[in-house]
Design a protein around this ligand. Structure first.
Ligand code: SF4
Length: 312
């Protein structure tokens, strides 16, 4: 990627190359109907440097900035997003929670350079608005202070495995190690911050070993985590060929096993066999029940669109 500038619509942007390819963009839009909302979802970055296997986000959205990431590996930093949000919050009251970032990681590498996430949290904290953070990265000390200051705010740490070598093959960018994630969870819970662990997703035949999952839940329990959220990896249709090729990093017959297991598709995703999914989820739920922890699924449905949470 040697481009120095690029054009989006009428505007030309300078392409920065460190620490990863990115452009800085000012948004002039509004967040839709901010008042009376239970949740406001905010993505200060369009694109994500964690590079997770089967990342659904960067395949799913079709606006120009997500396409820019997908096709040219350039992340867009919405640098004035906190300012736009603050202005709107001053005009209209938000009754619910702000969620960062549903679609990209708020603590990816670029955040340590621009602190966009902390700037948003500062505006929310000034207005006593609760927020949720979901990350595989390092939550900064400033953000931890903001979390500590609002008892309705919480953090979700996405921890996939206890084996850091496996994690590196699943999260191929600049996320933090498994040990650092456990230390982060320890710090958060010791500060009294509600902390949810996401074993999300479970990749069949990669991080689905039941002994490891049990040990992971036990460690999380020992660190005072009360809730686990999980899902099973879905293959985005739009990048199916590339995703299957990526499985070669694990072992040579994994592609064949996935081809057999992933037996249902809709327009967006290909899903693992329902019996496989139910078996893993029931196992996780049973371990959580033994440890007196809550267990929930994220976006898991059967072929008729019924939530699998209801079938557990
Ligand atoms: S952290 Fe989330 S958004 Fe980032 S690459 Fe991984 S799955 Fe995608």
């Amino acid at each position: 990627m040697n481009k120095e500038t690029l054009k989006i619509g009428k505007n030309t942007y300078k392409v920065h190359h460190t620490p990863v390819n990115h452009i800085l963009m000012d948004i002039d839009g509004q967040f839709n109907s901010i008042s009376n909302r239970e949740r406001l979802l905010i993505n200060p970055f369009n694109g994500c440097s964690h590079k997770c296997l089967f990342c659904f986000t960067n395949n799913r959205f079709n606006n120009s900035t997500f396409r820019l990431f997908r096709e040219n590996n350039i992340i867009t930093v919405l640098k004035n997003i906190a300012e736009v949000l603050a202005k709107q919050l001053d005009e209209k009251r938000l009754d619910g929670l702000v969620y960062l970032s549903p679609s990209t990681d708020p603590f990816q590498l670029l955040n340590s350079r621009y602190n966009v996430t902390e700037t948003i949290l500062s505006e929310l904290t000034k207005r006593n608005i609760p927020f949720a953070l979901s990350t595989k990265g390092r939550i900064s000390g400033t953000a931890i202070d903001y979390l500590t200051g609002n008892s309705r705010s919480f953090a979700e740490i996405s921890i996939l495995t206890l084996d850091d070598e496996v994690r590196k093959k699943l999260v191929r960018g600049e996320a933090i190690s498994t040990e650092s994630q456990l230390n982060l969870i320890d710090t958060l819970t010791k500060r009294g911050i509600r902390t949810i662990a996401r074993i999300d997703p479970v990749y069949p035949y990669i991080n689905d070993d039941k002994d490891m999952l049990k040990e992971l839940i036990e460690k999380l329990k020992a660190l005072n985590v009360r809730t686990i959220i999980s899902s099973c990896a879905k293959i985005p249709v739009i990048t199916e060929a590339k995703n299957m090729e990526d499985l070669k990093a694990f072992n040579s017959n994994l592609i064949e096993r996935y081809n057999t297991l992933y037996n249902y598709r809709d327009s967006e995703f290909i899903y693992a066999d329902i019996n496989y999914r139910m078996s893993i989820f029931r196992f996780l739920k049973s371990i959580c029940a033994e440890k007196n922890m809550d267990f929930r699924l994220c976006l898991e449905y059967d072929n008729r669109g019924i939530s699998l949470d209801k079938r557990l």
